[in-house]
Design a protein around this ligand. Structure first.
Ligand code: ADP
Ligand code: MG
Length: 261
Protein backbone atom coordinates (compact mmCIF):
# COMPACT_ATOMS: atom_id res chain seq x y z
CA UNK A 1 0.00 0.00 0.00
CA UNK A 2 1.20 3.51 -0.79
CA UNK A 3 1.36 6.13 1.96
CA UNK A 4 1.33 9.72 0.76
CA UNK A 5 2.86 12.33 3.05
CA UNK A 6 2.54 16.04 2.31
CA UNK A 7 4.63 18.85 3.80
CA UNK A 8 2.45 21.91 4.12
CA UNK A 9 2.38 25.29 5.79
CA UNK A 10 0.87 28.66 5.16
CA UNK A 11 4.26 30.29 5.56
CA UNK A 12 7.28 29.97 3.28
CA UNK A 13 10.85 29.52 4.49
CA UNK A 14 9.93 27.15 7.33
CA UNK A 15 11.84 24.11 6.08
CA UNK A 16 9.15 22.38 3.99
CA UNK A 17 11.32 21.60 0.99
CA UNK A 18 14.38 20.67 3.06
CA UNK A 19 12.24 18.34 5.16
CA UNK A 20 10.35 16.78 2.23
CA UNK A 21 13.61 16.12 0.35
CA UNK A 22 15.43 14.65 3.35
CA UNK A 23 12.51 12.55 4.57
CA UNK A 24 12.22 11.11 1.05
CA UNK A 25 15.94 10.27 0.98
CA UNK A 26 15.77 8.80 4.52
CA UNK A 27 12.95 6.50 3.43
CA UNK A 28 14.99 5.36 0.41
CA UNK A 29 17.91 4.60 2.75
CA UNK A 30 15.43 2.55 4.80
CA UNK A 31 14.79 0.40 1.72
CA UNK A 32 11.53 1.92 0.53
CA UNK A 33 10.50 2.86 -2.98
CA UNK A 34 9.77 6.58 -2.91
CA UNK A 35 8.37 9.19 -5.27
CA UNK A 36 9.10 12.83 -4.40
CA UNK A 37 6.72 15.29 -6.01
CA UNK A 38 7.20 19.05 -6.17
CA UNK A 39 3.84 20.83 -6.23
CA UNK A 40 5.37 24.25 -5.46
CA UNK A 41 5.81 26.48 -8.56
CA UNK A 42 9.03 27.77 -6.98
CA UNK A 43 10.57 24.45 -8.03
CA UNK A 44 12.90 24.20 -5.05
CA UNK A 45 13.04 20.40 -4.99
CA UNK A 46 14.99 20.40 -8.25
CA UNK A 47 17.38 23.06 -6.89
CA UNK A 48 17.87 20.98 -3.73
CA UNK A 49 19.42 18.28 -5.91
CA UNK A 50 21.52 20.74 -7.89
CA UNK A 51 19.85 19.71 -11.16
CA UNK A 52 20.90 22.16 -13.87
CA UNK A 53 19.01 21.11 -17.00
CA UNK A 54 15.54 22.59 -17.54
CA UNK A 55 12.52 20.46 -16.70
CA UNK A 56 10.92 19.29 -19.93
CA UNK A 57 8.04 17.48 -18.31
CA UNK A 58 6.90 17.56 -14.73
CA UNK A 59 4.09 18.70 -12.48
CA UNK A 60 2.33 20.62 -15.27
CA UNK A 61 1.90 17.48 -17.41
CA UNK A 62 1.08 15.42 -14.32
CA UNK A 63 -1.90 17.69 -13.70
CA UNK A 64 -2.91 18.55 -17.25
CA UNK A 65 -2.03 15.60 -19.48
CA UNK A 66 -3.42 12.34 -18.16
CA UNK A 67 -2.34 10.64 -21.43
CA UNK A 68 1.36 11.30 -20.73
CA UNK A 69 2.62 8.27 -18.78
CA UNK A 70 4.02 8.93 -15.31
CA UNK A 71 7.31 7.31 -16.38
CA UNK A 72 7.91 10.21 -18.82
CA UNK A 73 7.68 12.72 -15.98
CA UNK A 74 10.27 11.14 -13.68
CA UNK A 75 13.64 12.80 -13.16
CA UNK A 76 15.63 10.63 -10.75
CA UNK A 77 18.10 12.86 -8.82
CA UNK A 78 21.66 11.46 -9.09
CA UNK A 79 22.88 9.26 -6.30
CA UNK A 80 19.69 9.20 -4.27
CA UNK A 81 17.72 6.15 -5.48
CA UNK A 82 14.64 8.36 -5.55
CA UNK A 83 12.12 9.02 -8.28
CA UNK A 84 11.21 12.69 -8.46
CA UNK A 85 8.76 14.79 -10.42
CA UNK A 86 10.00 18.36 -10.60
CA UNK A 87 7.80 21.44 -10.80
CA UNK A 88 7.68 23.18 -14.16
CA UNK A 89 4.96 25.76 -13.55
CA UNK A 90 7.35 28.55 -14.43
CA UNK A 91 5.37 31.39 -15.91
CA UNK A 92 2.05 33.16 -15.46
CA UNK A 93 0.96 31.56 -18.70
CA UNK A 94 1.68 28.08 -17.23
CA UNK A 95 -0.43 29.06 -14.23
CA UNK A 96 -3.28 30.23 -16.49
CA UNK A 97 -3.08 27.02 -18.51
CA UNK A 98 -3.50 25.12 -15.27
CA UNK A 99 -6.39 27.30 -14.12
CA UNK A 100 -8.15 26.77 -17.45
CA UNK A 101 -7.45 23.05 -17.59
CA UNK A 102 -10.51 22.21 -15.54
CA UNK A 103 -8.37 20.94 -12.69
CA UNK A 104 -10.47 20.13 -9.63
CA UNK A 105 -9.43 19.32 -6.03
CA UNK A 106 -9.04 15.62 -6.91
CA UNK A 107 -6.98 15.83 -10.13
CA UNK A 108 -3.68 14.87 -8.46
CA UNK A 109 -5.32 12.28 -6.24
CA UNK A 110 -6.89 10.41 -9.14
CA UNK A 111 -3.66 10.49 -11.16
CA UNK A 112 -1.56 9.11 -8.30
CA UNK A 113 -4.20 6.55 -7.35
CA UNK A 114 -4.20 5.20 -10.91
CA UNK A 115 -0.48 5.30 -11.66
CA UNK A 116 1.72 5.56 -8.60
CA UNK A 117 0.60 2.72 -6.40
CA UNK A 118 3.79 0.71 -6.74
CA UNK A 119 5.59 3.25 -4.51
CA UNK A 120 5.76 2.60 -0.77
CA UNK A 121 5.75 6.34 -0.13
CA UNK A 122 4.91 9.46 -2.08
CA UNK A 123 6.30 12.61 -0.48
CA UNK A 124 4.79 15.90 -1.66
CA UNK A 125 6.30 19.35 -1.22
CA UNK A 126 3.22 21.64 -1.22
CA UNK A 127 3.27 25.37 -1.96
CA UNK A 128 2.89 27.89 0.88
CA UNK A 129 -0.61 28.91 -0.15
CA UNK A 130 -4.20 27.80 0.07
CA UNK A 131 -4.74 27.72 -3.71
CA UNK A 132 -5.61 24.81 -5.98
CA UNK A 133 -2.08 23.33 -6.00
CA UNK A 134 -2.05 23.20 -2.19
CA UNK A 135 -5.58 21.79 -2.08
CA UNK A 136 -4.63 19.08 -4.63
CA UNK A 137 -1.56 18.23 -2.54
CA UNK A 138 -3.64 17.85 0.63
CA UNK A 139 -6.39 15.92 -1.12
CA UNK A 140 -3.91 13.37 -2.48
CA UNK A 141 -2.35 12.61 0.93
CA UNK A 142 -3.13 10.55 3.99
CA UNK A 143 -0.65 12.30 6.29
CA UNK A 144 0.35 15.94 6.59
CA UNK A 145 3.55 17.15 8.25
CA UNK A 146 3.46 20.77 9.41
CA UNK A 147 6.96 22.27 9.66
CA UNK A 148 7.14 25.10 12.17
CA UNK A 149 10.01 27.49 12.73
CA UNK A 150 10.45 28.64 16.33
CA UNK A 151 9.62 32.29 15.82
CA UNK A 152 7.15 34.66 17.38
CA UNK A 153 4.23 34.45 14.92
CA UNK A 154 4.64 30.72 14.36
CA UNK A 155 1.90 29.48 16.69
CA UNK A 156 -0.61 32.04 15.44
CA UNK A 157 0.05 31.06 11.83
CA UNK A 158 -0.15 27.37 12.73
CA UNK A 159 -3.50 27.81 14.47
CA UNK A 160 -4.89 29.56 11.39
CA UNK A 161 -3.62 26.73 9.21
CA UNK A 162 -5.25 24.16 11.50
CA UNK A 163 -8.65 25.86 11.07
CA UNK A 164 -8.23 25.75 7.26
CA UNK A 165 -7.05 22.15 7.55
CA UNK A 166 -10.20 21.04 9.46
CA UNK A 167 -12.33 22.74 6.82
CA UNK A 168 -10.52 20.95 4.00
CA UNK A 169 -10.65 17.65 5.86
CA UNK A 170 -14.42 18.00 6.25
CA UNK A 171 -15.02 19.03 2.66
CA UNK A 172 -12.67 16.96 0.53
CA UNK A 173 -10.42 14.54 2.40
CA UNK A 174 -11.81 13.01 5.60
CA UNK A 175 -8.96 10.46 5.56
CA UNK A 176 -6.25 13.11 5.94
CA UNK A 177 -4.51 13.03 9.33
CA UNK A 178 -1.92 15.27 10.87
CA UNK A 179 1.27 13.22 11.03
CA UNK A 180 2.75 15.86 13.28
CA UNK A 181 4.05 19.36 13.76
CA UNK A 182 7.78 19.41 13.03
CA UNK A 183 9.92 22.02 14.78
CA UNK A 184 12.62 23.12 12.36
CA UNK A 185 15.79 25.23 12.38
CA UNK A 186 15.87 24.97 16.17
CA UNK A 187 18.75 26.69 17.91
CA UNK A 188 18.82 25.67 21.56
CA UNK A 189 21.28 28.43 22.41
CA UNK A 190 18.47 30.95 21.78
CA UNK A 191 16.10 31.63 24.67
CA UNK A 192 13.33 32.58 22.23
CA UNK A 193 13.57 29.19 20.49
CA UNK A 194 13.47 27.33 23.82
CA UNK A 195 10.42 29.34 24.93
CA UNK A 196 8.48 28.90 21.69
CA UNK A 197 9.35 25.22 21.59
CA UNK A 198 7.90 24.85 25.16
CA UNK A 199 4.77 26.80 24.16
CA UNK A 200 4.21 24.57 21.12
CA UNK A 201 4.55 21.37 23.18
CA UNK A 202 2.24 22.82 25.89
CA UNK A 203 -0.43 23.86 23.39
CA UNK A 204 -0.30 20.95 20.96
CA UNK A 205 1.53 18.22 22.85
CA UNK A 206 0.22 15.06 21.11
CA UNK A 207 0.53 16.53 17.66
CA UNK A 208 4.19 17.54 17.90
CA UNK A 209 6.95 15.19 16.73
CA UNK A 210 9.55 14.30 19.36
CA UNK A 211 12.13 14.78 16.64
CA UNK A 212 13.26 18.38 16.34
CA UNK A 213 15.28 19.47 13.33
CA UNK A 214 18.19 21.58 14.59
CA UNK A 215 19.59 24.56 12.77
CA UNK A 216 22.55 22.91 11.15
CA UNK A 217 25.64 24.08 9.35
CA UNK A 218 25.62 20.93 7.21
CA UNK A 219 22.05 21.62 6.05
CA UNK A 220 23.09 25.12 4.98
CA UNK A 221 26.18 23.73 3.23
CA UNK A 222 24.36 20.84 1.56
CA UNK A 223 21.70 23.16 0.25
CA UNK A 224 24.38 25.51 -1.15
CA UNK A 225 25.97 22.66 -3.14
CA UNK A 226 22.64 21.17 -4.27
CA UNK A 227 22.54 17.99 -2.19
CA UNK A 228 20.32 16.45 0.44
CA UNK A 229 22.06 16.59 3.83
CA UNK A 230 21.62 12.83 3.97
CA UNK A 231 23.92 12.35 0.99
CA UNK A 232 26.21 15.27 1.94
CA UNK A 233 26.96 14.19 5.51
CA UNK A 234 25.14 11.08 6.69
CA UNK A 235 26.56 11.37 10.23
CA UNK A 236 25.79 15.07 10.66
CA UNK A 237 23.21 16.18 13.24
CA UNK A 238 20.89 17.32 10.42
CA UNK A 239 21.01 13.94 8.69
CA UNK A 240 20.54 12.09 11.98
CA UNK A 241 17.47 14.22 12.74
CA UNK A 242 15.83 13.32 9.42
CA UNK A 243 16.54 9.59 9.93
CA UNK A 244 14.89 9.93 13.37
CA UNK A 245 11.92 11.69 11.81
CA UNK A 246 11.47 8.87 9.28
CA UNK A 247 11.55 6.30 12.09
CA UNK A 248 9.12 8.31 14.18
CA UNK A 249 6.64 8.51 11.29
CA UNK A 250 6.97 4.78 10.60
CA UNK A 251 6.43 3.97 14.30
CA UNK A 252 3.64 6.44 14.91
CA UNK A 253 1.53 5.14 12.05
CA UNK A 254 2.45 1.46 12.19
CA UNK A 255 4.15 1.58 8.81
CA UNK A 256 6.75 -1.12 8.07
CA UNK A 257 9.53 -0.70 10.62
CA UNK A 258 12.65 -1.59 8.63
CA UNK A 259 14.82 1.49 9.10
CA UNK A 260 18.54 1.05 9.84
CA UNK A 261 19.50 1.58 13.48
N1 ADP B 1 17.62 22.84 9.80
C1 ADP B 1 18.13 23.78 9.02
N2 ADP B 1 19.34 24.33 9.30
C2 ADP B 1 19.85 25.31 8.53
N3 ADP B 1 19.25 25.81 7.43
C3 ADP B 1 18.04 25.31 7.09
C4 ADP B 1 17.43 24.26 7.85
N4 ADP B 1 16.23 23.96 7.27
C5 ADP B 1 16.12 24.76 6.19
N5 ADP B 1 17.19 25.58 6.08
C6 ADP B 1 17.41 26.62 5.06
O1 ADP B 1 16.36 27.57 5.20
C7 ADP B 1 15.90 28.01 3.92
C8 ADP B 1 14.39 27.75 3.79
O2 ADP B 1 14.17 26.34 3.84
P1 ADP B 1 13.18 25.61 2.83
O3 ADP B 1 13.24 24.18 3.14
O4 ADP B 1 13.46 26.02 1.43
O5 ADP B 1 11.78 26.23 3.32
P2 ADP B 1 10.35 26.24 2.58
O6 ADP B 1 10.30 25.12 1.62
O7 ADP B 1 9.37 26.10 3.70
O8 ADP B 1 10.24 27.58 1.92
C9 ADP B 1 16.74 27.26 2.90
O9 ADP B 1 17.79 28.10 2.51
C10 ADP B 1 17.29 26.06 3.65
O10 ADP B 1 18.53 25.62 3.16
MG1 MG C 1 9.93 25.21 -0.46
Amino acid sequence: MTTTIVFASEKGGVGKTTSAVNLAVALVIGGYKVLLLDMDPQGSVRLSFGAKSPVHKGTLELLMEPATPLSELLAPPDGTGLDAIYANINTLSDQWKLDESGMDPFTLNSRLTKEAQDYDFIVIDAPASTGMLAVNSLTAAQLVVLPLQCESLAIKSLKRFLVAFRDLQGRVNPDLRIAGILLTMYDRSLEVHRRICREVYDALYDSVFETIIPKSKEITESSAVGQAVLTYGINSVGATAYIRLAKEILDRFGLRPQMPT
